[in-house]
Ligand binder design. Structure first.
Ligand SMILES: Nc1nc2c(ncn2[C@@H]2O[C@H](COP(=O)(O)OP(=O)(O)O)[C@@H](O)[C@H]2O)c(=O)[nH]1
Ligand SMILES: [Mg+2]
Length: 332
């Protein structure tokens, strides 16, 4: 396949969806020559634009209403004149091997609009919970392509909440109304990451329970130290009915207030810089590990040591130190 980077960059600048789709495929590719081309593409795009989007991460258990929410919020934003990119994952795609139909159909409204771009996240080697190693670059690509809001939907499997929080300006947790048990079961770490908790399905008979859940979450979040990068009152806890649309505009205003406050207080960019450094460090580890995996003598040593660990002849830490010693003597 002949790939013309200038042509793709030009197409992206002209809002050509096919050019953007091609670019995403390139960025997600693990082939070395594709990675080089992707780098060229980023350089080309960065020389043309400094555009920043609002990057929105949405997490919550399957069935809580994330896709319904994104569909409604997206339509609301498109009607305000914004361009929206959605990078979505369908939990069933892990099982069915890549089909995103479930989610596509659930964003039926939004997908009708010219100014909305909905894309399934690649499933692959690094995939868990729908986030791949290159998803942050895909988000960045959409940003450089001029989208005003880039939304990433994840199911929070494994480490994905953390990863998505690193690629988001605003990280939103959707929960459904439930008793205190719900709060007990929630991973504590996530409450430290989120900027907003939306209690979805706050409608019909669930309304009283939703209000109770709201105060429980407010109380739980109160126990955390006020973040210096957030204004008072954040993380927000709001009631939402994605189906009726009740609470969507209100939550969007809270997102805007948070972003504007951060820009006015000089923390908008510093948060992004911190995220970039984290990502850099993560990538170093990945690169070093793949370098080691590609070295036959290291691989032999590692598989030998693995056996010894299993047989109880080596402690895990001791075995790792042996690998380190080997590297010091032979590679570095
Ligand atoms: N009652 C009610 N049901 C909702 C609401 N939002 C979503 N649902 C329903 O919950 C189910 C799962 O929604 P979906 O958006 O696919 O959840 P996701 O797995 O988190 O993306 C669907 O049947 C929706 O119709 C809501 O605000 N109220
Ligand atoms: Mg979904």
């Amino acid at each position: 396949m002949g790939i013309n980077i200038d042509q793709i960059a030009y197409g992206i600048g002209n809002r050509d969806r096919r050019a953007l789709a091609k670019a995403i495929t390139l960025v997600e590719s693990s082939k070395t020559n594709h990675q080089q081309l992707a780098l060229q593409l980023f350089q080309s795009l960065k020389s043309r634009t400094k555009h920043q989007a609002i990057r929105l991460g949405i997490t919550g258990t399957p069935g809580v209403g994330k896709s319904t929410f994104i569909d409604k919020l997206g339509v609301n934003l498109v009607n305000k004149g914004f361009n929206i990119a959605v990078l979505a994952v369908d939990p069933s795609s892990q099982i069915t091997g890549g089909s995103i139909l479930g989610d596509k159909t659930r964003m039926t409204e939004l997908s009708r609009y010219e100014s909305a771009f909905i894309r399934p996240l690649a499933t692959g080697q690094f995939n868990s919970g729908g986030v791949s190693r290159r998803t942050p670059e895909v988000v960045h690509l959409c940003e450089l392509a001029g989208f005003d809001v880039v939304i990433v939907e994840t199911t929070g499997v494994g480490q994905t909440d953390y990863q998505v929080s690193l690629m988001s300006d605003v990280f939103v947790l959707l929960i459904s109304p439930g008793g205190g048990d719900e709060l007990q079961g929630i991973k504590r770490g996530i409450l430290e990451m989120v900027n907003m908790v939306l209690i979805n399905k706050s409608d019909g008979d669930l309304m009283p329970l939703a209000r109770k859940t709201k105060s429980e979450y407010q109380a739980a979040l109160h126990l955390f130290r006020q973040r210096t990068v957030d204004p008072k009152g954040y993380p927000k806890v709001n009631l939402l009915s994605a189906i009726s649309g009740e609470g969507i505009e209100n939550s969007w205003q809270d997102i805007i207030t948070l972003c504007n406050w951060r820009k006015a207080h000089g923390v908008w960019n510093s948060i992004r810089h911190d995220q970039d450094v984290e990502r850099f460090q993560f990538e170093i580890k990945e690169e070093v590990l793949s370098l080691l995996a590609a070295n036959p003598s290291v691989e032999d040593l590692v598989s030998e040591l693995k056996k010894e660990v299993i047989q109880g002849k080596e402690f895990p830490v001791q075995a790792a130190l042996k690998v380190r010693n080997y590297l010091e003597q032979n590679l570095i």
